[in-house]
Design a protein around this ligand. Sequence first.
Ligand code: PMT
Length: 221
Amino acid sequence: PQAGELAGRHVLVTAGPTREPLDPVRYLTNRSSGRMGYALAASCVAAGARVTLVTGPTDLPVPDAVEAVPVETADNMHAAVFARVEQADVFIAAAAVADYRPARRETHKIKKDEAGSNVDLVRNRDILAEVAAVRPRPLVVGFAAETRDLEAQARAKRVAKGADMLAGNLVGVDRGFDQPDNALYVCWEGGDCHLPQAPKTRLADQLVQLISQRLSDAQTP
Ligand code: PMT
């Protein structure tokens, strides 16, 4: 990104997976490494923004000049985001937030002979959709992790969640999640573009450029 494109802006980014505990030693999670969200945080700093990164557990170092807020569960992430969203000009939801959590979190380790074959799950709140419903609100940028029909699913998800912009990616065991490279399909109202396969650091720079463009379009009377 060009230095100064996001000067004076505060960007709030979510990254990484969430962990949804079953008991003190077990949890449900996903393959997100945090790379995409961390790369976005670094690109926003390079563009001159003040950046807060609400991050699920990852092995990554926090990028220079980024304020990191470590969280574990989707509920923790929701609370950390809503404590800060009022000050944000841009919200980027790159985290792979668990849609469900175990209905009960046992205080003690579940023993083999007490474990049934079913785990009851309850829905987690949708952080992206709730941020998009706040007024006044930041520019809201979501992601969509899909295994098929990328463009149609991404466009539908943008509208369903009320996001201004959405970056869709195809994901699988060796795709999207936990890889250094990715490819994105980005859509907004009245436009879209493909960002071809590239390192996530480069895709982050390109996405930040698109975001800066949307911010300045929004300000043009
Ligand atoms: O972390 P990496 O290993 O680098 O991998 C990057 C990535 C594949 C995780 C990333 O590019 C990505 O796609 N992130 C979003 C993953 C996801 O949860 O997608 P989704 O289609 O399930 O969710 C759609 C959007 O809603 C996302 O912006 C998500 O952050 C948000 N969401 C979802 C559920 C929820 N309860 N709250 C949310 O905010």
